[in-house]
Design a protein around this ligand. Structure first.
Ligand code: BDR
Ligand code: CA
Length: 309
């Protein structure tokens, strides 16, 4: 079993990633840490608890950072995730509680007590992970790998250069990408190909279990929001590509390259400068996703939903 800690900001795609990881027999989900991103920390934490409760997942949830490391807090992603950060589903009254421990403390203690066999799966801004690395640098050699959603080697989605998760705390991304830990990066280049259309929602809803209903209710909102905000057909399921890759690496093709995070530029703040053509001798610190098998991706999502029958 692959031991993982998810670090997220739900978010419709983060919630789908939790659903996919929560019951998978190949994955051992040790805990979920939450960060400010798509919405405020209060809202992303509440959303995480609601998703876990709805799916019957008995996994501890730890609240983390409410602001970025250096910059003032940027805008939340209300336009595509709604006022709550997870608009669409109607949740039952919340009984599941967050843990008392801070997310950063959980990350540090869990990694320090481990045999170096834990993979971190961040799908939000990298604030919690970077803060943990700064507070206890000895965790760095304990991390097996980081499989994350963020960045792009082509286009941005917040500015022409930058993707939301990196833009929302580029200094944190800088800390993580210069840490020496190998990073597998699911960027917009491939995540924007994992598009959810109504026909997919129909296919998943057929399973008629809690995961299928949650997925359907989330996607109905998410597809409409993408359309109303950007005029886009189909909703990109960015974050679940990380979990799909951990379940079956053959779904994603990666290429090893050096990646730098731009933190000094005004225009390109938060850009992931990926050395696709190997123009520098800098160490290849990332395996950057360059292709996705979309049919296989949806099969993995469907298999994940079936586990909730
Ligand atoms: C990323 O930003 C968020 O809105 C999504 O949850 C995803 O993690 C995509 O840029
Ligand atoms: Ca996210």
């Amino acid at each position: 079993k692959t031991k993982i800690i998810m670090d997220c900001d739900p978010g419709h795609d983060d919630a789908t990633a939790i659903m996919m990881a929560g019951m998978n027999p190949q994955l051992d989900l040790l805990g979920i840490t939450v960060v400010k991103g798509n919405q405020t920390i209060e809202k992303t934490t509440k959303n995480t608890l609601e998703v876990c409760q709805t799916l019957g997942l008995n996994v501890p949830v730890y609240e983390g950072m409410s602001v970025p490391m250096v910059i003032p807090s940027p805008q939340t992603e209300e336009r595509v995730h709604g006022k709550s950060g997870l608009d669409g589903p109607k949740f039952a009254p919340l009984t599941k509680k967050k843990e008392k421990k801070h997310a950063i403390q959980f990350i540090i203690e869990t990694l320090m007590a481990s045999d170096g066999d834990i993979t971190l799966v961040p799908t939000g801004p990298l604030t919690n992970i970077a803060m943990a690395m700064r507070l206890e640098p000895r965790i760095i050699s304990k991390i097996k790998e980081i499989v994350m959603m963020g960045g792009s080697y082509e286009h941005g989605n917040v500015t022409p250069s930058a993707e939301f998760n990196i833009y929302a705390d580029a200094e944190a991304a800088y800390v993580v990408f210069t840490s020496g830990v190998h990073i597998t990066m699911m960027g917009l280049d491939i995540t924007r190909k994992a598009l959810c259309f109504p026909v997919i929602v129909k296919r998943m809803r057929q399973h008629d279990n809690p995961a299928a209903r949650l997925f359907g209710d989330m996607m109905d909102f998410f597809i409409k929001a993408q359309h109303d905000t950007y005029g886009w057909e189909g909703a990109p399921l960015h974050d679940p590509t990380t979990i799909a890759y951990l379940i079956d690496p053959s779904v994603i093709t990666t290429k090893k390259m050096h990646t730098d995070i731009e933190i000094r530029s005004t225009q390109s703040y938060g850009r992931t400068n990926c050395d696709y053509f190997n123009l520098t001798d800098a160490p290849k610190n990332t395996s950057v996703a360059i292709a996705i098998d979309v049919d296989k991706f949806w099969d993995i999502v469907e298999d994940s939903i079936k586990l909730y029958d």
